[in-house]
Design a protein around this ligand. Structure first.
Ligand SMILES: [Zn+2]
Length: 476
């Protein structure tokens, strides 16, 4: 009896012990996987619908997404103390922003940066860029250019960029390797390109490219018919039909120069926007770079079709193309993002904070009105409106639960950063791309305290210098 009793006790104790230890273990496991990344103590500029700015904010990340963004006090209410993230970023004394979105560029052209400037666009293209591209642009060139651009863009706080170039599948591979998010467009153009010599070849290449990257968390592959002045109606429509078959976006230059407007009026009796609308290109999947020559009717069409526009102030000024009516586009309800364009011949760098500064100042001087476009508006263009222009606003552009964890930490200890009265004004007019210290894309830290973690920067820089010698020799 006594033995049986003590056996009972032992069994009971064992069951208790088992239950207790598994529940403890379960809790410990839960705690361990609760968050992959916690960003705390920073001033969080959310760019959410109410443009909340949170002092002492917390961003909690699980996998590649934000699961909490709010004040530290709320965080402690939502989640009991003792939650251990795998990684923590201390943002004390720093700004935390959604990563910047470069809505229009040609990243492999970093290797042609400064090849020949201060000439007309026509001379630049015919005498320098087209010959240089014909002789030098290979898949290898594109890879090194993309790596160099990744280093430059990450350093400047850019987390997503929209690109238009050749061998875009290689651009996608390098973008993915760097851990960046990209809307990457394979160019369609009615002359033999460095990669595809015919439009049939371009269609075939692009279809494979679109299929390959479908469902990728970072890469959005796209067809990029260059423009109405380099593509026939058929080329434009073929590229658009392919995009729509795969639910991909369409990247295109639109109304970027006066000659394009004049020729379109002469040939089609319509403005570039009206022509693109008439032939069925415009839609809620189109990203239109530049949109300089867009009148009231054009702006209404762009808004109606929910087409995104990307403003490139450096490029427009450097090439003396004209000034996009950004305040009017915004007033019409068009999503307007910001782009660097270039980086060769029309910028020549990939610094989106500089574009914020220039966008505001260009609008002010053009209208002779300091109220034309303000600091907050250009920060919107670099973040949430840039996301809307790329049709990715459900994924990126603000720091909110449910969105991808694409965020940057900006230091506020440099001489140009103090004192700070207004955060948006500081971001637009005082802070520089080089003030960005830490960059996270999809929950992965790509730069920590200005140290790049995913790109071999010295190799990319050395290769850029090698290419310069080779390209110069090829033009002699
Ligand atoms: Zn461009």
């Amino acid at each position: 009896m006594r033995r049986a009793h003590s056996l009972h006790v032992i069994i009971l104790i064992s069951i208790f012990h088992f239950l207790f230890s598994t529940s403890l273990r379960g809790q410990a496991e839960k705690q361990a996987v609760a968050f992959d990344l916690l960003v705390k103590n920073g001033t969080v500029v959310t760019m959410d619908g109410d443009r909340h700015i949170i002092e002492d904010g917390v961003i909690a990340v699980r996998g590649d997404a934000i699961v909490f963004a709010g004040p530290a006090s709320d965080f402690l209410l939502h989640f009991p103390e003792g939650v251990q993230p795998k990684q923590t970023l201390d943002a004390r004394g720093k700004l935390v922003l959604p990563g910047f979105i470069n809505g229009h560029t040609h990243v492999p052209m970093t290797l042609l940066r400064g090849l020949h400037d201060d000439v007309t666009l026509d001379d630049w293209l015919r005498k320098y860029i087209f010959p240089a591209e014909a002789k030098n642009v290979t898949e290898e060139f594109v890879r090194w250019g993309t790596r160099l651009a990744a280093a430059e863009q990450i350093r400047g706080g850019i987390t997503t960029f929209a690109d238009m170039y050749y061998f875009e599948d290689a651009v996608a591979e390098e973008t993915k390797a760097a851990g960046m998010r990209g809307v990457l467009g394979e160019t369609f153009i009615d002359f033999p390109a460095p990669d595809n010599k015919t439009n049939a070849a371009a269609l075939d290449y692009t279809e494979k490219f679109l299929k390959r990257w479908q469902g990728d968390p970072l890469i959005h592959a796209a067809p990029a018919p260059h423009s109405i002045y380099t593509c026939s109606q058929k080329t434009l429509q073929d590229a658009a039909a392919l995009a729509r078959k795969y639910h991909a976006p369409i990247l295109i230059h639109v109304a970027e120069m006066k000659k394009e407007l004049d020729d379109s009026r002469a040939q089609n009796g319509l403005s570039p926007v009206q022509y693109l609308d008439k032939i069925g290109i415009l839609g809620p999947d189109v990203v239109a770079a530049h949109c300089i020559f867009v009148d009231d009717t054009d702006r209404k069409i762009l808004a109606q079709r929910k087409t995104g526009c990307v403003h490139n102030p450096s490029s427009n000024m450097m090439l003396a193309s004209g000034v996009s009516p950004v305040p009017e586009l915004r007033a019409a309800g068009v999503a307007v993002g910001l782009g660097t364009d270039g980086p060769a011949g029309s910028n020549n760098d990939l610094d989106l904070m500089e574009e914020m500064d220039l966008a505001a100042k260009l609008a002010k001087i053009t209208k002779m009105d300091p109220l034309a476009l303000n600091a907050k508006a250009v920060v919107e263009m670099a973040t949430i409106d840039g996301a809307r222009a790329l049709h990715l606003e459900k994924e990126i552009g603000s720091l909110e639960a449910g969105k991808k964890a694409d965020l940057i930490l900006i230091g506020l200890d440099a001489p140009n950063a103090v004192p700070m009265y207004d955060i948006y004004a500081q971001l637009a007019y005082a802070l520089k791309g080089s003030d960005v210290e830490t960059v996270v894309i999809g929950g992965r830290v790509l730069m920590r305290d200005k140290k790049l973690l995913t790109v071999d920067e010295p190799a990319a820089i050395a290769k850029a210098r090698e290419y310069k010698i080779k390209i110069e020799a090829s033009l002699k």
